[in-house]
Design a protein around this ligand. Sequence first.
Ligand code: SAH
Length: 283
Amino acid sequence: MDESLKLPGHDWPEMKPGWVWLCGAGPGDPGLLTLHAVNALRQADVVIYDALVDEAILSWAPQAEHVYAGKRGGKPSAKQRDISLRLVDLAKEGKRVLRLKGGDPFVFGRGGEEAQTLVQHGVPVRIIPGISAGIGGLAYAGVPVTHRDVNQSVTFVTGHDQSGNTPQSLDWEAISKGSQVLVIYMGMKHIAQITESLRNAGRPASEPVAVVTNATTKNQQVLETTLGTIEADIAAAGLEPPAIICVGRSVLMRQVLDWQGMANGEAPRNLDPLGRGKPAESA
Ligand code: SAH
């Protein structure tokens, strides 16, 4: 994007000194930022960003100080409480603070905790939602998170809790029975345990699964597999986090909706992967 490009005409909010804007940066591709995020990037004095935020996005805030607060990539990890208090301090110093988080700040991103701490300290906040990896990342892989012939519900699940273990509070039985499609964040580390739980709860070994790593970035990789073979297939493909794992028949739609593959000249593998036998629009 040309940095001199004006935002479209709109009553864009002004970032006032002493405020913190908690903003989603989307799953990776800078084009998936919201206009509110761009508006914020242009005004911020400080940008505190997470590991999953693309560096290109930071270059759109050349006037701002950039502070890394992520938990990945071999850099020392910042404690959540320290990050929140740092935001409070910067705001109290009168800075315009942009807290930029991957995806959506309120989806498995501890945005709620950060915002709560800010409010508790009397710091005014604005929340800017972002495209969550579990929706936008799957869309880039050609997997619709809901599809009328497949699911009337979708469940977003985290693969580990605060202690780093598979969340004990999750009722896998209920989740397996109740939701046709599961979208699992942070599931790679405990994939064996997660698949075992789903299998024990009755989900078949043949159930389609997609693993999308680095979704929406140049390094995006997509593995189509099944619950029965996922562990071996992840290992064989050498896939590493971050990954979104989608369990359910909506994964089959990738056979006709892999738009990136088609853009590269690949033919759709199957025009009717769910076997409806007629164009969906005629229903
Ligand atoms: N707030 C973020 C999620 C943060 S938790 C959101 O709404 O997307 C971090 C997890 O999100 C990662 O472990 C991974 O499961 C998922 N994730 C985030 N960005 C991703 C990407 N580009 N590709 C695949 N998974 C991603």
